[in-house]
Write a protein that binds this ligand. Structure first.
Ligand SMILES: Nc1ncnc2c1ncn2[C@@H]1O[C@H](COP(=O)(O)OP(=O)(O)OP(=O)(O)O)[C@@H](O)[C@H]1O
Length: 307
């Protein structure tokens, strides 16, 4: 038995009709982490989450949640995970309070241990406790889904694209709640298309592309893998067009006197860039560099995997 929050071993899924959504995927989510599961549309993220939730049958491989194998110990594995799906699912005629009470009933949480009001307060819905769920805004519904996933106090919370269509302020609120849960000991797995969100929140990131795992590393290591770096050079006179003789990945003219030059870190350094600019007869007035972010890494990894 592993002590990972989630352990996935050689997991594969081929849907009826022959579409292979997961191809031999193995990784572990460390307990206590905020783990990002990233990938382009159709990569297989939802399939993976639905297998963990018991909603989709895997074709082969194994998965365990909090040490409980999903086949051998489905009750315990299900009790160990709370999942917030992409779709918003609850009865529009129940109030948020009732929705949580019903969910608690489904999970067999005894009345004395229910904390529906506390959960509603945590997601800033306590003033809507007795409103019909159908009268809630999209963002409120999503927050109710998060509260619903937490009624049985699972040690692992999975959020599948939780902020799609949620405005920035509510997104911040949602994340501060998720961070709070994590600080209280809950392991969090989230899938997102917002790379900067993953970069900011996640300790570790796995990337899936066409059903295959192409990265699984601490966020910092992953960001450090960016192959390209950008330097902007301000020169001492107007540049009519980006000089063609500068042999770097990309040279763009930004404004009259600023050259934005992208170079491959393993082939050049900033000194080479400055020397090349000076060799063109320009004096250098100012320089600024930008560290590559997760977006660059994500694009270069998925591009390499597709090639
Ligand atoms: N029930 C199904 N039957 C057949 N194919 C399916 C089914 N569900 C998903 N697929 C296919 O499996 C692949 C993976 O889909 P999945 O929804 O897991 O991807 P995803 O990474 O979650 O994408 P998105 O970010 O768009 O939700 C896709 O090609 C999808 O069309």
């Amino acid at each position: 038995m592993t002590d990972a929050a989630i352990a996935i071993d050689q997991l594969s899924k081929t849907y009826e009709g022959g579409k292979q959504a997961l191809d031999n995927v193995s990784f572990e989510v460390p307990r206590g982490s905020i783990f990002g599961l990233l990938g382009p549309n159709g990569a297989g993220k939802s399939t993976l989450i639905n297998i963990l939730a018991g909603l989709v049958n895997k074709t082969s491989g194994s998965a365990a949640i909090w040490g409980f194998d999903i086949d051998r110990n489905p009750r315990n594995s299900k009790a160990s995970i709370g999942i917030v799906n992409q779709e918003i699912l609850f009865d529009p005629f129940f109030t948020p309070y009732e929705t949580l009470e019903i969910q608690a009933g489904l999970y067999g949480v005894p009345r004395a241990k229910r904390r529906s009001m506390e959960l509603l307060r945590a997601v800033h819905l306590d003033d809507k406790a007795n409103a019909y769920a159908r009268t809630l805004s999209g963002g409120m519904k999503r927050r109710l889904m998060v509260a619903k996933a937490m009624v049985h106090a699972p040690p692992v919370l999975v959020l599948d694209e939780p902020t799609a269509g949620v405005d920035i302020e509510l997104r911040q609120q949602l994340w501060s709640y998720v961070r709070g849960l994590n600080q209280a000991g809950v392991t969090v797995v989230l899938t997102t298309h917002y790379l900067e969100e993953a970069e900011e929140l996640c300790d570790r990131i796995a990337i899936i592309n066409h059903g295959r795992l192409i990265a699984n590393e601490p966020t910092r290591t992953l960001v450090g893998k960016a192959k390209e770096k950008l330097v902007e050079v301000t020169v001492d006179r107007d540049v009519a067009e980006a000089p063609a003789s500068l042999r770097f990945e990309k040279v763009e003219l930004k404004g009259d006197r600023v050259l934005a030059i992208t170079y491959a870190k393993d082939q050049a350094n900033a000194g080479d860039v400055f020397a090349a600019v000076q060799a063109q007869g320009y004096g250098i007035i100012d320089v600024s560099t930008r560290e590559a972010d997760l977006e660059d890494v994500f694009l270069s990894l998925t591009r390499a995997a597709n090639a």
